[in-house]
Design a protein around this ligand. Structure first.
Ligand code: ZN
Ligand code: FE
Length: 252
């Protein structure tokens, strides 16, 4: 499984997947036609388009790409009215193959009501859209904080060596937020150096590794006593800590 990272718009990532054995090409969340097509053209085919959720910055390339390459569009069944050109309706926990590559549909509502992640268990790769970012998580637009918290927990339970490919390059601002509320975290300080190196060389900070995120991403650390103390929420539940952090980040 070969993955090409395609930078779109100001900070979006689309991802091209190439299964070399079966020569199958798929794209995750095509933000815009032109930029994605520059990469797709090299292969001269696009078998599948996979959407994590319905937002325009994730589906804008759908119809033009489908028209040009006769691709099949896969999205969550409950979002069939909101995903342009959808052909194949995916269900929660469903397993589906593109070429020889099998992924599992993980239902992770919160950012939107119909948000899903694609988990390729054999390769240990997850595409998390706007739910889990490196050092952050998506805004809660359509769901509740509680839903978002449980969705993040589903991702947290994947194997720790899972590579996370998310929908945006928000890592730097997420890092600043984590540093503000978790300043003593040595793993975070180490990750900060690595992130800065990549950004200085104009490289994506993606993929990130789930195990690293669990140690550094404050939204996955709502049970940490020091973070709870820093927020004045010593005796609060993890969901309450998460809600507080999400609210703080919204105005950070
Ligand atoms: Zn979104
Ligand atoms: Fe987005």
């Amino acid at each position: 499984m070969k993955i090409e990272i395609i930078s779109c718009l100001s900070d979006n990532y689309s991802y091209l997947i190439h299964d070399e054995k079966s020569n199958t090409i798929a794209i995750i969340d095509p933000s815009e036609f032109e930029t994605c097509d520059k990469i797709i053209k090299k292969y001269n085919k696009l078998d599948f388009i996979l959407n994590t959720h319905h937002h325009a910055d994730h589906v804008n390339g759908n119809l033009e790409l489908k028209k040009k390459y006769n691709s099949k569009i896969l999205g969550f069944s409950q979002d069939k009215k909101r995903i342009p050109g959808i052909d194949i309706l995916l269900e929660e926990n469903q397993k589906k193959k593109i070429g020889n590559l099998e992924f599992e549909v993980i239902f992770i509502p919160g950012h939107t009501k119909g948000h899903i992640a694609f988990f390729f268990s054999k390769e240990k790769i997850a595409f998390t859209g706007d739910t889990l970012f490196s050092l952050g998580c998506g805004r809660v637009f359509e769901g509740t904080h509680e839903e978002m918290f449980y969705s993040l927990n589903k991702i947290k339970n994947l194997p720790p060596d899972t590579k996370i490919y998310c929908g945006h390059e928000y890592t730097k601002s997420n890092l600043n937020f984590c540093l503000a509320y978790d300043p003593q975290n040595t793993f975070l300080k180490e990750k900060a150096i690595d992130i800065q190196k990549k950004l200085n060389s104009n490289l994506p900070t993606i993929p990130t590794i789930l195990g690293q995120e669990i140690k550094t991403n404050i939204f996955l650390r709502c049970n940490d006593p020091e973070i709870k103390l820093a927020l004045g929420l010593k005796d609060s539940s993890e969901v309450e800590v998460f809600s507080k952090l999400r609210d703080l980040k919204d105005s950070f």
